[in-house]
Design a protein around this ligand. Structure first.
Ligand SMILES: [Zn+2]
Length: 154
């Protein structure tokens, strides 16, 4: 039988790991924004600095910005988006406006476009992807290597 002790609440612990740097963040009822992270549509969670750095090369104009926004959201968040466009026209930094946009709209922080994701675009290769590629490409016998490792350790 499970006995519940102590303080009862609806809070839950969340943790997020940046798939590029490996840095992690955890906290009660934390969201990606608390961790300063964003997730692409393929589930790559990363610190916003990596998304910004990558988007900087692709999002340079108002047209680029608008290409990645959604008409429905643009109606609902009209005032906020007008402010972003105004800031962009004044100061540039359209990629930063776009990040603000994805942090604003519903579930946007889990919806970063895949063509603005350094992992999806293979600018950054994940260790697991690298290993999977090497194993397949060079037809590596994983079982034999595992056995060899066990034998060497014991
Ligand atoms: Zn991705």
């Amino acid at each position: 039988m499970k006995i519940r002790t102590g303080f009862v609440s609806n809070s839950s612990s969340s943790s997020f790991t940046c798939c590029i740097s490996g840095e992690d963040y955890s906290g009660w009822d934390a969201c990606l924004c608390d961790a300063d992270m964003i997730e692409c549509r393929n589930g790559h969670t990363m610190l916003t600095k990596y998304a910004k750095e990558f988007a900087k090369e692709k999002i340079k104009t108002k047209e680029d910005f608008l290409k990645y926004t959604d008409e429905r959201d643009n109606d609902y968040y009209k005032d906020e988006i007008e402010d972003m466009i105004e800031d962009g026209e004044k100061w540039g930094g359209w990629h930063l406006q776009l990040l603000s946009y994805y942090q604003l709209v519903d579930d946007g922080e889990y919806d970063w476009p895949t063509d603005l994701c350094p992992v999806c675009q293979r600018t950054h290769i994940l260790e697991n992807d690298f290993l999977a590629y090497v194993i397949k490409k060079y037809d590596i016998d994983v079982d034999a290597i595992e056995k060899e490792m066990r034998d060497e350790i014991s």
